[in-house]
Design a protein around this ligand. Structure first.
Ligand code: ADP
Length: 284
């Protein structure tokens, strides 16, 4: 069986007003991976996401989920959306029920699950998202960060195989951002494929298995974070900056404080360990 969960072939999108948003996107996402889709505003990232969950139909080209081309009739859409979850950037555009419990119950009820199963799904997705204590709170009284977690819990209650998030940490404070990224790691460890859109290179660098770069509706780079985000010219062409950890690591190597053949650090902790164990000159 193929390990590709999601694929697009030569995907084009032209909006009704004539804007060309995608100009031939071909990507193949492996099951169980963490993918960061990076690009500046207007690159076409959100447009691509909307195609992956069939909220938009390609002008031309194809989208495949688990080897089957997407169909756009009601039944096929309902099946797709029980397997692929999308978390919007703004939780207020996703949340509409009066209480958290009602909000998170909505998907499983729509799936036609029994009362008992709905209750179990709600309980486990609130637990997983770290917000069981919010179950009976009115949604409109929650903080932005809490609303974000509720919108993720609502999607998790559908038990999706693939989770797609549009800038999940935008407008969140550092602590909330860390919690969301931990949650995404936890979900991935349980086998879920996760795609997130961001323009935060540091977040993408530390988290992703694979980076996909987009600009002007095209894929401009694809590969490991270490490879893609260390290429100065590629970053400049995509109006992105180098992740701070790589920047410090490269500068220490260039200045001769670290030797050339070291493993490239992905996290602050890994960088600090390298410095402690390998620094050529120690400053007292
Ligand atoms: P990103 O998510 O990378 O910021 P978008 O997918 O939102 O990029 O936008 C890609 C291009 O499509 C931009 O030029 C944007 O202005 C345009 N666009 C996005 N949504 C619409 C829409 N509903 N109608 C017309 N043009 C749109």
């Amino acid at each position: 069986m193929s390990d590709i969960i999601l694929e697009t072939r030569n995907l084009h999108c032209q909006y009704a007003n004539g804007t060309i948003a995608l100009q031939g996107i071909s990507i193949a996402i492996k099951k169980g991976k963490k993918i960061a889709l990076l690009g500046t505003n207007g690159a076409g990232k959100s447009t691509l996401l909307l195609h992956l969950i069939a909220l938009l139909k390609p002008t031309s080209g194809n989208v495949f989920f688990k080897g089957k081309e997407l169909k756009y009739d009601r039944t096929s859409l309902a099946t797709l959306r029980s397997q692929v979850g999308l978390v919007f950037q703004d939780p207020d555009s996703q949340l509409f029920a009066p209480s958290v419990r009602q909000e998170v119950s909505f998907g499983p009820i729509n799936l036609g699950l029994s009362k008992k199963e709905v209750k179990e799904r709600v309980f486990s997705s609130l637990e997983l998202s770290g917000i069981p204590h919010l179950a009976d709170k009115p949604v409109h009284l929650l903080s932005f960060g809490q609303k974000k977690l509720v919108s993720i819990a609502g999607v998790l209650a559908m038990n999706p195989e693939l989770l797609i998030l549009d800038e999940p940490t935008a407008s969140l404070d550092p602590q909330n951002s860390i919690e969301i990224m931990h949650l995404l790691n936890k979900l991935n460890e349980k086998g879920m494929t996760v795609i997130l859109v961001t323009h935060n290179v540091d977040e993408a660098y530390g988290w992703a298995d694979e980076i996909i770069l987009m600009k002007n509706g095209l894929i401009t780079g694809q590969g490991t974070p270490e490879n893609i985000l260390s290429q100065d010219q590629l970053l400049a062409e995509n109006h992105l900056t180098k992740p701070i950890i790589l920047e410090i690591f490269n500068s220490l190597q260039l200045a001769g404080y670290l030797t050339k053949n070291l493993p490239i650090p992905r996290t602050k902790e890994a960088l600090l360990t390298l410095i402690q164990n390998n620094a050529a000159v120690k400053i007292h």
